[in-house]
Design a protein around this ligand. Sequence first.
Ligand SMILES: CC(C)(COP(=O)(O)OP(=O)(O)OC[C@H]1O[C@@H](n2cnc3c(N)ncnc32)[C@H](O)[C@@H]1OP(=O)(O)O)[C@@H](O)C(=O)NCCC(=O)NCCS
Length: 204
Amino acid sequence: METRSEEEGSRVELIDASEIEYVSYGGEHHLPLVMHLVDQELSEPYSIFTYRYFVYLWPHLSFLAFHKGKCVGTVVCKMGEHRNTFRGYIAMLVVIKPYRGRGIATELVTRSIKVMMESGCEEVTLEAEVTNKGALALYGRLGFIRAKRLFRYYLNGVDAFRLKLLLPRPELHPSLPMMADRDEPHTHDDHIPPEESSELYRGL
Ligand SMILES: CC(C)(COP(=O)(O)OP(=O)(O)OC[C@H]1O[C@@H](n2cnc3c(N)ncnc32)[C@H](O)[C@@H]1OP(=O)(O)O)[C@@H](O)C(=O)NCCC(=O)NCCS
């Protein structure tokens, strides 16, 4: 599918969806690209240690999208044990403005969730600002439900929704690494099944 994109500075460019290349995090040379995108677009500031924590321990859960060699989007995730479940967590998701609305974020997130599912995750969670209509619509379309509202969760004082997607029980793939994740605060989320008809279930 070809669509028109308004580049910053009003340059208009034709973008062919088939020209977008998706790659798994491939090492230190990808780190500045991920950091640049996230620092530019997310309100929450992250230190280099936070980025390294995610991409060193779970490189196979982070993906980058490229268009003609330019990094235009990224997703950063982790997974691990949480209470009695094994769960995935989406930490950062960004697509730069001229490339939005073309399904790039959906593709990035779907790739991460697929690996989580193959690795035995029973659920996927994340937080999004209650004001972030785009992200809430995207995740809602994928079948995520709003499990909890977190008061003034972000440094900017905005509340967050904790979003949750329950995954169907997968075949366990023992070849894929599972990193124990014991540092998340305990929560009391409700377990509400996602819509069976979500885009994600159809896609996997
Ligand atoms: C949120 C974000 C990642 C979406 O990226 P994207 O590549 O444009 O998303 P997609 O094209 O895959 O969108 C898929 C669906 O999500 C919904 N959606 C995405 N952005 C939307 C917006 N701004 N308003 C309403 N719905 C939106 C739509 O349902 C869309 O499907 P449609 O285009 O068929 O209507 C991007 O806007 C972004 O980087 N924002 C800044 C960073 C951010 O907020 N990250 C999320 C933190 S939780």
